[in-house]
Write a protein that binds this ligand. Structure first.
Ligand code: MRU
Length: 345
């Protein structure tokens, strides 16, 4: 947050241009989220938090209860941007709670504004620390010289730190384990080709870009030691919502005996959602499929389905790596235990 705006590295322009988007209102922040200028579950939560702080800063509400009402309305707008990543409602609720805790008429609205900014900064800092912790835990699971396959983009662009799944690779690289990464394109929005390749090349981590369909034969040839992916929401039973195509990789990994790790901060675990079937999957604009990067590739009038995410059943997940520990064979009791440990910590 810079003064009276939220500044975002516009991921739509990458890898060709590094452009910053200045969001001067909550509507600008909501648009940036909807249009994927900013994307990836953890940073969506952080952006929503700063959106709430921006709303508080700009509000002219004369009293604390009036400000709280405004924050609740803004929170609904932000929650309505993208339905799958739980990090958005998680951050909005946490920010709203700050306003609610101070909503007595005796509280000066200015006090709430300051506390909202402090809370957004805290959420950002916690995410950075979580990335470091997940990276350290995950790196231990990466063998020397391993070929690691990853999907979508889970690095520094979509967190406040080194990343979730990609953070594990970064930590393994820094620990001298010499990982090599198979980066799949991640159709239709190409987060792998555009963003993960850009990040890894900047970091000097060896990588090879592959088409999404190449994963099966690489695994069959024994050229994949492990798969690491992120998550947008983890249901109470351990089912994982992540970028469409994750489920097929998990099935392939299971078939070929390749470990399949999900790396996500506990803010991505949603105990209020019982199973993956209860997670709302975002359906995005057909033009992402027919006209990638503005180039029309499908006939006019074609029928298109464009679910942005899919659900990987918990049974295909070797372990979930969180900042609180590695949860092998993810299930409700293990997830609950991990989240409770966080609260009492
Ligand atoms: O549609 P996107 O690009 O926001 O989807 C992102 C993903 O699916 C990521 O894998 C997930 O958010 C984890 S980010 C650390």
């Amino acid at each position: 947050m810079a003064g009276d705006s939220v500044v975002i590295l516009d991921q739509r322009a990458l890898p060709h241009r590094e452009e910053y988007l200045v969001c001067r209102s909550v509507d600008d922040v909501a648009d940036a989220i909807r249009t994927l200028a900013v994307r990836g579950a953890p940073v969506l939560g952080i952006t929503a938090a700063f959106g709430m702080a921006l709303a508080a800063t700009q509000s002219t509400a004369p009293s604390a209860p009036a400000l709280l009402k405004e924050l609740e309305r803004v929170g609904r707008t932000l929650k309505g941007t993208r339905p799958t990543a739980v990090n958005i409602p998680w951050a909005v609720d946490r920010m709203t709670e700050v306003g609610r805790a101070r909503s007595s008429p005796a509280t000066a609205p200015e006090r709430i504004r300051e506390e909202m900014i402090a809370e957004a900064l805290r959420i950002e800092r916690e995410d950075r620390d979580a990335c470091d912790a997940m990276g350290a835990l995950g790196a231990e699971l990466v063998p020397e010289g391993a070929n690691v396959l990853t999907h979508c983009n889970t690095g520094m662009l979509c967190t406040a730190g080194i990343g979730t799944a990609l953070g594990v690779v970064v930590a393994a690289h820094r620990a001298g384990k010499r990982p090599h990464v198979w980066v799949d394109e991640t159709r239709p929005v190409l987060q792998g080709a555009r963003l993960t390749a850009w990040e890894l090349m900047r970091l000097g981590i060896p990588m090879t870009l592959i088409s999404d369909g190449a994963a099966a034969s690489l695994m069959a040839a024994g050229k994949v030691a492990l798969v690491v992916v992120g998550a947008d929401r983890i249901a109470a039973n351990g089912d994982v919502a992540n970028k469409v195509g994750t489920y097929s990789l998990a099935v392939l990994a299971g078939h070929h005996g390749v470990p399949f790790y999900v790396v996500a901060p506990i803010s991505t675990v949603d105990l209020a959602t019982p199973t993956g079937a209860d997670i709302s999957i975002e359906e995005r604009d057909p033009s992402e499929v027919t006209t990638p990067l503005g180039v029309r590739i499908a006939p006019e009038g074609v029928s298109v389905a464009n679910p942005a995410f899919d659900i990987t059943p918990a049974s295909y997940v070797t372990a979930i790596i969180t900042e609180r520990g590695v949860i092998g064979r993810p299930c409700e009791s293990a997830l609950r235990e991990t989240l409770t440990a966080r609260r009492s910590a």
